[in-house]
Ligand binder design. Structure first.
Ligand SMILES: NC(=O)c1ccc[n+]([C@@H]2O[C@H](COP(=O)([O-])OP(=O)(O)OC[C@H]3O[C@@H](n4cnc5c(N)ncnc54)[C@H](O)[C@@H]3O)[C@@H](O)[C@H]2O)c1
Length: 399
């Protein structure tokens, strides 16, 4: 890396859920990292040593690296010129028709391209629609720039990034051998386990990874629905199936499979296969149908019209403050139509109208555990109809 620049690495979208852990991980290895982000509030917070969201071990590393001037956040785009390596980690959602919004990532590239120089390496870290790395490479070349381009997909589980960045293998790919080599040496700072693919292979590897997980959850959720349709406790069957049976290792447990990545990446893969990814669509129908399944089952078993129903945990998953694409909100909407009253609580998310967990339990006839936060372990929910598709309370998965 050239040493005449003030920073070693600039992360674009550096205050986000994937960008910030990556910046912290590199700064933790002694690299001088600048986080470029358009979110002024997050930038101010990070420079004042405040984490914008929950991340295991994040606050300690943030304080240490800001204090030692290894990590700095800015909204000033000209900082792009100040590091030999640039990493783009902005969001890559799907649109209302479930097609990838390629515009977002191309727009960022357009914004930064004027600042790029031939010696720099541009690493794309966002999850990308197949072929976009090569498109970005061609665009940069069309402007006469020789900047290296690489694609190295992020595969962390949100909230555990700092730990996983140094324990999971890194998939890297480059548009030319030098870019791949530079990306390999960069990620070797975090882990000795680096696997090289071509850009299109790496783009598919990332989408396949998330689609596989999404389908795995859907299989379990559908089995759970079938077992419950027979009036049975799915947990009992699941335990028997997986007991000392290695071939079912990794078979997910039922739950709300949601969040900002799995759904949209499965839909990106579908769009990339002429919408012929039937298993991906089937998984979407099952996973997104889970709240409807709970409502229909409750309507048939106990009735909802005169009931107050409390939703415990509004985040998209346990021990997270991220409500993006959370199925708890879909459940809330359905309950507002079908039940007398819907109450919501979450220790990490506050919205007007939300109540504390104790109030929710006291006032509800039915309590649905939507996000199994650790805090809920000790809760006393006696005398209520409890719906726990996660088997978090250990009472089985029978609605
Ligand atoms: N969240 C995760 O744990 C995770 C895990 C694996 C992969 N990914 C992938 O990483 C990418 C980022 O996801 P995320 O969850 O971190 O998104 P995010 O929304 O949390 O973060 C994106 C950041 O980019 C910033 N940004 C957006 N446009 C910008 C611009 N034009 N200029 C400067 N900053 C800009 C935003 O302000 C935000 O801080 C996505 O492609 C996602 O699929 C995320």
């Amino acid at each position: 890396m050239a040493m005449n620049k003030p920073y070693d690495i600039c992360i674009i979208g550096g205050c986000g859920h994937a960008g910030l852990p990556l910046g912290l991980a590199f700064a933790n290895q002694g690299k001088r990292v600048v986080l470029y982000d358009k979110d002024e509030k997050a930038v101010r917070g990070i420079n004042a040593k405040r984490m914008p969201f929950m991340e295991e071990g994040g606050i300690e590393v943030l304080c240490r690296t800001v204090d030692s001037h290894l990590l700095h956040a800015t909204t000033d785009i000209s900082v792009i010129e100040d590091a030999p390596v640039l990493v783009i980690v902005i969001g890559t959602p799907v649109d209302e028709h479930l097609n990838p919004r390629l515009h977002d990532v191309m727009e960022v590239v357009r914004q930064i391209v004027g600042y790029l120089s031939d010696e720099q390496l541009l690493i794309l870290r966002s999850t990308l629609y197949p072929g976009v790395t090569s498109k970005i490479h061609d665009f940069v070349r069309s402007l006469g720039k020789k900047t290296g381009v690489a694609f190295c997909p992020e595969r962390i589980a949100e909230g555990r990034g700092l730990q996983e960045l140094t324990t999971l293998p890194q998939i890297i790919s480059g548009c030319d051998p030098q870019s791949a080599e530079r990306a390999t040496s960069l990620f070797s700072l975090l882990t000795p386990d680096v696997v090289e693919l071509s850009p299109i292979e790496a783009e598919l590897a990332k989408l396949f990874t998330n689609a596989w997980r999404y389908i795995n959850f859907a299989v379990s959720n559908q089995f759970c629905m079938i077992a419950n349709g027979h009036g049975l406790d799915f947990q009992k069957i699941y335990q028997a199936m997986t007991y000392k049976y290695p071939r079912l290792q990794g078979f997910a447990q039922p739950g709300f499979a949601a969040g900002p990545c799995l759904f949209k990446d499965t839909m990106q893969l579908s769009a990339a296969s002429n919408n012929n990814f039937f298993m991906g669509h089937a998984a979407m129908l099952v996973n997104e149908g889970m709240p409807n399944f709970l409502i229909e089952t409750l309507k048939a078993k106990v009735g909802l019209k005169d009931k107050t129903v409390g939703i415990l945990g509004m985040a998209f998953k346990a021990n997270s403050d991220d409500s993006r694409e959370s199925l708890a909100f879909k459940l809330k909407k359905l309950l507002e139509l079908e039940a007398a009253r819907a109450l919501c609580t979450d220790p990490y998310i506050y919205q007007p109208g939300f109540v504390g967990a104790e109030t929710l339990i006291k006032e509800s006839d039915i309590v649905i555990l939507a996000a199994p936060h650790s805090e809920y372990k000790g809760l006393c929910i006696k005398g209520k109809y409890v719906v726990d598709i996660w088997n978090f309370f250990g009472e089985g998965v029978k609605i």
